[in-house]
Design a protein around this ligand. Sequence first.
Ligand SMILES: Nc1ncnc2c1ncn2[C@@H]1O[C@H](COP(=O)(O)OP(=O)(O)OP(=O)(O)O)[C@@H](O)[C@H]1O
Ligand SMILES: [Mg+2]
Length: 357
Amino acid sequence: MSETLLELRNIKKSFGTTDVLNGIGLSISRGEFITFLGASGCGKTTTLRIIAGLEKPDEGQVLLEGRDVTYLEPHQRDVNTVFQNYALFPHMNVEANVGYGLKIRKVPKEEIKKRVSDMLKLVQLDGYEKRMPSELSGGQKQRVAIARALINSPKLLLLDEPLGALDLKLRRAMQTELKRLQKKLGITFLYITHDQEEAINMSDRIVVMREGKFEQIGTPDEIYNCPKTSYVADFVGNANIIEGIVRQAGEEEILVETEGQIVKAVSDPGVQAGDKISLAVRRENMKVCGDCEEGLEAVLKDKSFQAGQLHMTLNLNSGKEITVSRYGMDAPLSQGQKVRISWEPQHAVPVDIRREA
Ligand SMILES: Nc1ncnc2c1ncn2[C@@H]1O[C@H](COP(=O)(O)OP(=O)(O)OP(=O)(O)O)[C@@H](O)[C@H]1O
Ligand SMILES: [Mg+2]
């Protein structure tokens, strides 16, 4: 299962004087669904284009099944790509679009017909053979694009925000469908998105990218529940980040001084007394209480209600802003009120651990 399909070794790339990729490395296993998650401009598409052969790195290597393909042309590697904007041939019907790759490889007509038909069944578009792209919805076009990429049975399918142009409901449905296809065909998927939910729902592993580097690589569970840096905790989990100093490190809990007070957090084998750390506490895991004795002192600044959730903005004594979210409208607190913010220790995760030498 853990046989390596693709390996990136210390890839560097600049455009002009801008360093876009700063030495990234990664191994992807055969059959894996791996997602690159990161903010706009962090280098996701550039990485994908280097893997596809559409761009050459300045340094480093791309290995496919152990073979160095860094300087091979796109058609010389067993990799296919699906882009955000479908890029179907507008003057060809669905059947011709999907069969195109086989036609240029001179596969016999009868076989093309059979394989196109099988592929359209797989993406649930049988019966659509004669439709033109202009007669399809966005989701149907994207399924044609996926069928067209999959018909060549690539070893690796690269997908660059393939659902980006679809509305939320269709996106969710297509996520499930793509995941089903990937499992069924056993093809390795390298998927790009900047939607955390999408990454968590679909992936075996997530690579969180930031400014041309891999910030953290792990399973969705590891990335969501055990972020290593405040960037990951905030980007993936919408966490509040509170800086402090570890005063006592126990086996299960640690005591952290912040805002002149002591709070509890879950222990981490890498943490010892004296370390500077940040605590990541997700918005929905914080409790706000008007008449409690314990917790960080704060003042409620603002309340708003969005998508079934109550969002509260608060200021700690230092002025630091905290956001707390919860379902329902059950907080009888008013603006300007003094409150306390608390959490269960296991919901405060130490990140950005810094130790003075
Ligand atoms: N051909 C190019 N020439 C110059 N700069 C480029 C080129 N391609 C990409 N860049 C720059 O490289 C950086 C990374 O771009 P890239 O397209 O890889 O980002 P991305 O993570 O895919 O972002 P997005 O989520 O917006 O698609 C950006 O700052 C971009 O402006
Ligand atoms: Mg991109």
